[in-house]
Design a protein around this ligand. Structure first.
Ligand code: CU
Length: 381
């Protein structure tokens, strides 16, 4: 290596080490585990620190002895290799010490695991169901019982993620980490969280809570949380679940108990309005407006925003024979699904399905331009 090359390498190393300790960089990308906002996350953090200290001490001791031996017993000093034969004392020492260290680590680790499993005594229960590619939240027990909704990637994020959308993703805050309907939970409340899935395996993960759990079709995994600080906590699906796995974020709003009660009341009013909506006649404009947002949240991930689908995977709805065919066939397809096309019976209500069908039949180059009413969908169920 030439002197110049050596100088350059040393400078590069200095630059890299300066970068590593730069405060601004550390603040933005913390190197350590974060402490989170729940007793579980704090216990996990403490456990992580204990183990980190132990392994650091072991590392310093082992590499210290090694460095010392290499330096003081080098050949140039006339050192001669020692001849070890059987030494009972040495063997007992190097067996007993690691056992003590391992047991010492296992005790706090087991305590933390047992703590995480204690799902009993919860004041409310939330069921989280993974779908391709969105989450469903059902409030099963406690305040808010009966509330149920889907949470999908926000429309703005979705649009910006499309090629030639004209929207610069850099202008969107928390790009690809925003949803249309965040899950809302009260602080200072023991909440049981059940995870499951409707199609393939997903995993629900909000780092600030201190755990992540698979959502498996046909199984229910039992978890719990107790959030101590109000705030907005973001997470993601963390089990590869298909094409849009990277587009199913979690947004959790932790609010005070009072704010939670207000939110519950609002949701009840919204639900009543939705139930009402299914029983009345809708105008074409209403159907089209609702249909558009239902389409971007539920259909565009496969059939694409422009309705042209993806060749060989998802058929185009633009110019499709079914979209331009009898209403009855289209309603049935949406209710019951077909092959890879999901059944929307349990995901969308009558008004949603009527609206999205109306939207499709009036969009792009489709020619039927008629309306489907919630009552038509109700009759077909
Ligand atoms: Cu997923």
């Amino acid at each position: 290596m030439s002197v110049d090359k050596l100088k350059q390498t040393v400078l590069q190393l200095v630059a890299v080490s300066l970068f590593l300790v730069s405060g601004a960089v550390l603040a933005e990308y913390p190197l350590n585990l974060t402490e989170g906002v729940t007793p579980t996350s704090q216990k996990v953090y403490e456990l992580h620190m204990i183990i980190l200290y132990i392994v650091t001490a072991i590392g310093i001791a082992v590499f210290g002895v090694m460095a010392w031996s290499i330096f003081y017993h080098r050949k140039s000093k006339g050192a001669v290799a020692a001849q070890f034969h059987h030494s009972t004392a040495a063997e007992i020492t190097w067996t007993v010490i690691p056992i003590l260290i391992l047991v010492g680590m296992a005790i706090p680790a087991t305590k933390t695991l047992v703590f995480m499993e204690k799902t009993g005594g919860a004041e409310m229960t939330l069921k989280v169901t993974g779908y391709q590619w969105k989450w469903k939240y059902d409030y099963l027990d406690g305040e808010g019982k009966g509330i149920s909704f889907f949470s999908a990637l926000s429309e703005e994020d979705y649009k910006a993620s499309q090629r030639n959308s004209g929207i610069d993703p850099k202008t969107i805050k928390n790009y690809l980490r925003n949803v249309d309907n965040p899950v809302v939970l009260p602080v200072d409340t023991k909440i049981r969280i059940l995870t499951t899935a409707a199609d393939v395996i997903h995993a629900w993960w909000v780092p600030a809570l201190g755990w992540k759990r698979d959502a498996v079709p046909g199984y229910i995994n039992d978890n719990w949380t107790y959030i101590e600080e109000p705030g907005i906590y973001r997470g993601k699906c963390t089990e590869l679940c298909g094409q849009n796995h990277g587009f199913m974020p979690v947004v959790l709003h932790a609010v005070s108990k009072e704010e939670y009660s207000v939110w519950v009341e609002e949701q009840k009013i919204l639900q009543l309005a939705a139930a009402d909506g299914a029983n009345r006649e809708w105008s074409k404009d209403e159907l089209l407006a609702k249909g558009k947002s239902i389409y971007s949240a539920n259909c565009a991930s496969c059939h694409q925003a422009d309705g042209n689908g993806i060749e060989g995977l998802f058929p185009a709805l633009n110019g499709s024979g079914i979209v331009n065919g009898p209403q009855k066939d289209m309603i049935n397809l949406l209710l019951n699904g077909k092959n890879l096309m999901p059944a929307f019976k349990d995901q969308l209500n009558d008004a949603d399905i009527a609206a999205v069908i109306t939207h499709e039949r009036n969009s792009w180059d489709n020619i039927v331009k008629d309306t489907v009413q919630p009552s038509d969908v109700k009759a077909a169920r």
